[in-house]
Design a protein around this ligand. Structure first.
Ligand code: NDP
Length: 362
């Protein structure tokens, strides 16, 4: 999704749900246009908040199930939360299809709709939900300080981090060069543009299977590259993939290069057992090899593991900095489900409430 907005002091903007601009065949392309999102990036350009400092009781960074649930609970506890939505309002669920396993939706729900529901519920409870991104933090003294859009500083009594995780890339030069020109990390967003054509997907987890199945309904053939001789995905997802006639699985296969000058025209792959290379002509290459936590902002400030996941104290959402709490995928590399993210968002709000209560009682 992208939007284009021009207003005084601003520039022409485009925004996509996975944070990447979409540019196909010389034109920006989209499924829908979302002016609200672009507006988020317009406001800072107007220098509206330049040099201002605002005081907030409970600041929430991030807007997936964890952030919105924290906002719902914090609002009901009268913490007057302010939530900044970040680069991808709604988080990873905005780039997924149907969610069948979130309790309460008896007939399933589309991921983007679910996030709209979460946002509306948080707003109804009184959360102040804003477009904007945390760009720097200073947790060295109280109050805690968070910079928004490189323009405005917020002083917060408590901070809840719910920044989630982002798609990983293979790291090939050709993958980067053709990103948005047929290379994508979101089949649900971009599969539509390659209707009736041949495409490939790399990865063998549940995401790759889910996206391969999605693409198989739109595209003529889906070439699926699996780097080992087995898939990591759940058995049920594997079975669905393997019995889909127009998904062709390449076992023990790695991507050597994405082919194409200005847009994807094919893929060069190598069999890791035999060393044999082959080229497959196709129009798009989807990458579905997992995610990395969005925690770079806290490097050297908050404790994290070797993969960058924030470390919280056992049975709590407390980080190593007093008053700073973490929830959702940025601190969970095991479960990574919408419902567990929401549960940990609830925990973070309750922990923040207790912390702020104790602070006031001092
Ligand atoms: P995973 O980490 O589970 O899987 C990543 C896949 O990408 C693995 O098969 C991995 O291979 C492969 N991979 C990683 N790096 C490379 C590389 N450089 N080249 C080729 N292949 C590579 O990530 P997912 O996003 O699939 O899933 C994340 C979590 O979300 C999981 O817990 C999953 O169950 C869950 N999920 C649940 C869904 C549902 O319930 N509907 C839907 C989607 C996800 P290898 O196996 O060899 O390491």
């Amino acid at each position: 999704m992208y939007g284009l907005v021009t207003v005084p002091y601003t520039i022409l903007l485009s925004y996509h749900a996975d944070g990447n601009h979409r540019y196909i065949d010389g034109k920006y392309a989209s499924l829908t246009t979302d002016f609200k999102r672009s507006a988020a990036w317009v406001l800072p350009m107007n220098n509206r908040y330049m040099n201002e400092t605002e005081k907030v009781h409970c600041l929430i960074i991030g807007s997936g199930p964890a952030g919105y649930t924290a906002a719902i609970y914090a609002s009901r506890a009268n913490l007057k939360p302010v939530l900044y939505q970040g680069m991808q309002p709604g988080g990873q669920l905005t780039i997924t299809t149907e969610v069948e396993n979130y309790p309460g939706y008896a007939n399933g729900v589309m991921g983007p709709q679910m996030m709209v529901d979460f946002e509306q519920q948080a707003q109804r409870m009184g959360a102040d939900i804003r477009w904007g991104m945390a760009t720097k933090v200073d947790f060295s003294s109280r109050p805690l300080k968070v910079e928004i859009d490189e323009e405005k500083w917020i002083e917060a009594d408590s901070v809840i981090i719910a920044t989630g995780a982002s798609a990983k890339w293979l790291g090939l030069e050709s993958e980067q060069r053709l990103n948005g020109h047929g290379v994508s990390a979101c089949a649900v967003c971009d599969g539509f543009f390659f209707k009736g054509q041949e495409v490939a997907i790399v990865g063998a987890g549940d995401t790759a299977c889910e996206e391969a199945l999605y693409l198989s309904k739109l595209c003529s053939t889906v070439h699926m590259l699996v780097r080992r001789d087995e898939m990591r995905a759940s058995k049920v997802m594997q079975a669905r993939v393997l019995k889909t006639p127009n998904i062709k699985v390449y076992w023990n296969s790695e991507t050597v290069e994405v082919l194409g000058e200005n847009k994807v025209s094919g893929l060069k792959i190598r069999n890791t057992q035999t060393g044999a290379e082959q080229e497959i002509p196709l129009s798009a290459f989807f990458v579905a090899i997992g995610h990395q936590p969005n925690s770079a902002l806290f490097n050297g400030i908050l404790d994290m593991d070797d993969q960058g996941y924030l470390i919280t104290q056992p049975d709590s959402s407390r980080t190593n900095v007093e008053g700073v709490f973490a929830c959702g995928d940025v601190q969970d590399k095991i479960y990574r489900q919408a419902v567990t993210a929401a549960g940990s968002g609830c925990m973070a709000a309750l922990d923040a409430e207790r912390y702020l209560g104790a602070l006031e009682a001092e």
